[in-house]
Ligand binder design. Structure first.
Ligand code: BEZ
Length: 224
């Protein structure tokens, strides 16, 4: 009961397909309104438990080291933790001094936990004061397309984050689905037929790799 009394009041968790909750926040790049930030590009919004912690330093450094790749894929990065702007600035400066990596994307100082609560980044069983390692993939229409949550003691996988982003952009481009362990350059799944006629057509389509009428693959154009 004691823990429950201290737990923050939490909103319902956002889900895949929901509009990304809008917010205004203070960041290391100045104040932002999220819906403005999101206009015309994909956004990866990610939370970390705390500044000046080792796993978080490796993760945010990895985002920074891949920032050109994300920009090339029309994607803005934005971090968040329940730390002050002064803490963020000191940490950004420290990481640059010690490792030469510049955390060049905005980091939200979410001291009042407003954004963390809106996005379900607080998981009280894990911590009532620090955000878990969440990753939200938000498309240019402001829709949440994928959500990842990692615990405090397990760092995220940058290759998987990049694979998810390219995968989402690929399904939008080819109106198809992608199979297990799909990687860019591999074939996509053709949507299954819905009528006998479509099924016959599918079975006779020589340009597809056909395992059966409901499981067929095709070559696709890579996303730019
Ligand atoms: C870390 O980033 O190293 C960390 C942060 C919070 C809890 C555990 C580890």
């Amino acid at each position: 009961m004691e823990n429950q009394a201290q737990a923050p009041q939490l909103n319902p968790m956002p889900r895949i397909g929901d509009p990304a909750p809008d917010f205004e926040a203070v960041t290391t790049h100045g104040p932002i309104k999220f819906s403005e930030f999101n206009k015309g590009s994909w956004v990866i919004l990610f939370s970390h438990p705390a500044d000046f912690t080792p796993v978080c330093t490796t993760e945010l450094s990895a985002f920074a080291q891949n920032s050109d790749w994300f920009e090339k894929h029309n994607t803005k990065l934005i971090g968040l933790s329940i730390d002050s702007i002064h803490s963020h600035l000191a940490w950004v400066n420290n990481v640059r001094e010690k490792t030469g990596v510049f955390l060049n994307f905005p980091i939200i100082a979410d001291l009042d936990m407003n954004v963390a609560k809106k996005y379900g980044m607080l998981h009280p069983g894990e911590s009532t004061t620090a955000t878990v390692r969440a990753v939200f993939f938000i498309d240019p229409q402001g829709i949440i397309r994928t959500i990842l949550y990692y615990p405090l003691n397990l760092g995220r996988n940058m290759d998987e984050i990049k694979r998810i982003l390219v995968g989402l952009q690929t399904v939008d481009q080819c109106a198809c689905a992608l199979p297990v362990n799909w990687k860019p350059g591999e074939k996509a799944i053709v949507p299954p037929p819905k009528t006998i006629e479509e099924m016959e057509e599918r079975l006779n389509n020589t340009s597809y790799e056909i395992i059966d009428f409901y499981l067929a693959k095709k070559d696709i154009e890579p996303v730019e």
